[in-house]
Design a protein around this ligand. Structure first.
Ligand code: ADP
Length: 425
């Protein structure tokens, strides 16, 4: 016997039609006699039909013109969680959630009157309802079977919950990919821009050095100068021009080195193994504060820490995020007033949300998105830094289901928010 469980939906539909064919073409008289005596072909065909229904992986439900269920195969029993006997004789709308449940009779009536089909012969995605009330997405294809004296509708159903989940996950991944691509583009742009300026310097000052060397050479070869007399140009070349050019070249090389080291740090983050655990944030922030005590004192700044909720994250990396935020709060303080830095936090809808606020220089609204871009610094001259801290913080948090965002007012101060999964109670 053919393995019906391996048949595609289209093949099954075709096969059911084929097997129904002898019944359709039977004359009324022979149909009458069929009840009492079947020909061998009819028995064979009925047997095959039964085999299809029993073994198909598709749920197959037959209903009459009033929507009353006539048969339900084992696959459909499994999909809807009903036994066939619980459904046979009942309206098929039992297998649908509201509002379809209420409108299904009208739909069949409409179709019988007008012949206008929405699903019959077309097939589409609908929702079904299980015995336990659970609603799920399903593919439904309905074929109409015209018998001599009445019509039947055969519905082929397939639970597509898993497929929908995969589709949703794929859409999510595609979105992440778009975002990652954008991020990569920014990085490439910034990298080429930031690496170019020191390179231009190196190139310019190397040419300067070449010129200085040839001037040096010609001075040394100049035999017209009386011996023992110092040459002032030679002195200028050796004490000013050449050392200056070398200084610029070295600074350029150091800048490129720092940028490349930054890239390396950033790219390593993506590969570092994460150890997610319950984090005691009171302990962690207190230890960061302790390590910054001297700088705070020197700056005359005050650090206030409120009781913090625990969260789940990687200890080393979360420590890096908070160290950077506190470091920035101190670094970008407003020199005209004593710095006040506050750390607080609370649980909000299953998340631990922390706040690091300062009364520093603040960040203009149009720059608030940019500060998370790699190497982006608003005032390159202000304090030490390479514009990598917040980029790394964002990346760290992204990898452990965390988020970071900023609220700030120019001249007044900034608040950085960090959200991480809260610990389960
Ligand atoms: P870095 O501090 O090394 O420059 P970050 O990535 O940590 O790099 O910060 C990027 C930029 O965001 C800083 O250069 C600064 O302009 C701005 N910034 C960060 N934190 C603050 C803050 N608390 N107050 C004002 N500006 C800030």
């Amino acid at each position: 016997m053919k393995d019906y469980s391996k048949m595609t939906r289209a093949e099954l539909l075709a096969r059911v039609r084929e097997l129904e064919e002898p019944r359709r073409t039977t004359s009324p008289e022979s149909a009458g006699s069929k009840a009492t005596k079947r020909t061998p072909e009819q028995s064979d065909s009925a047997e095959r039909l039964r085999a299809i229904l029993e073994t198909a992986v598709e749920g197959i439900i037959t209903i009459d013109e009033r929507g009353i269920v006539e048969s339900l195969n084992p696959a459909a029993e499994q999909i809807f969680g009903y036994r066939a006997i619980e459904v046979i004789g009942k309206n098929v709308s039992l297998l649908m959630p509201s509002p379809y449940r209420e409108t299904h009779d009208e739909y069949i009536g409409n179709y019988l009157r007008t012949g206008q089909a929405k699903i019959i012969g077309i097939g589409r995605e609908v929702v079904g309802q299980r015995k336990d009330g659970g609603v799920f997405p399903m593919d439904l294809a309905v074929s109409e079977v015209k018998l001599t004296d009445r019509r039947l509708f055969t519905g082929f159903v397939r639970d597509i919950t898993e497929r929908k989940k995969v589709d949703a996950r794929l859409a999510e991944l595609a979105q992440t990919l778009v975002e990652k691509n954008k991020e990569l583009e920014t990085i490439v742009y910034v990298a080429s821009h930031d690496l170019r300026s020191p390179l231009v310097n190196i190139q310019g000052f190397s040419q300067e050095l070449t010129r200085a060397c040839s001037r040096l050479k010609s001075r040394l070869e100049d035999g017209s100068r009386p011996p023992g007399r110092p040459d002032p140009e030679l002195k200028e070349l050796l004490t000013e021009d050449i050392p200056e050019a070398l200084e610029f070249i070295q600074a350029g090389v150091a800048k490129i080195d720092a940028l490349l080291a930054g890239f390396l740090r950033y790219s390593r983050l993506g590969r570092a193994a994460l150890k997610l655990e319950r984090l005691d944030m009171n302990g962690m922030v207190a230890s960061i504060a302790k390590s910054m005590e001297y700088q705070m004192q020197q700056a005359g700044a005050q650090l206030r820490i409120e009781p913090l909720p625990n969260c789940v994250g990687d200890a080393t990396q979360v420590n890096q995020v908070f160290s950077n935020l506190l470091d920035n709060a101190l670094k970008y303080r407003e020199p005209k007033r004593p710095g006040i830095i506050e750390v607080s936090g609370q649980i909000e809808s299953g998340r631990a949300v922390y706040k690091v606020s300062d009364n520093g220089i603040g960040i203009a609204a149009e720059h608030q998105g940019k500060i998370f871009e790699i190497f982006h610094r608003l005032n390159p001259g202000a304090g030490e830094g390479e514009g990598l801290g917040l980029t790394i913080a964002q990346r760290i948090l992204e990898r452990q289901d965390g988020r970071i965002w900023v609220e700030s007012q120019m001249g007044k101060g900034s608040t950085f928010w960090v959200s991480l999964p809260a610990t389960k109670r």
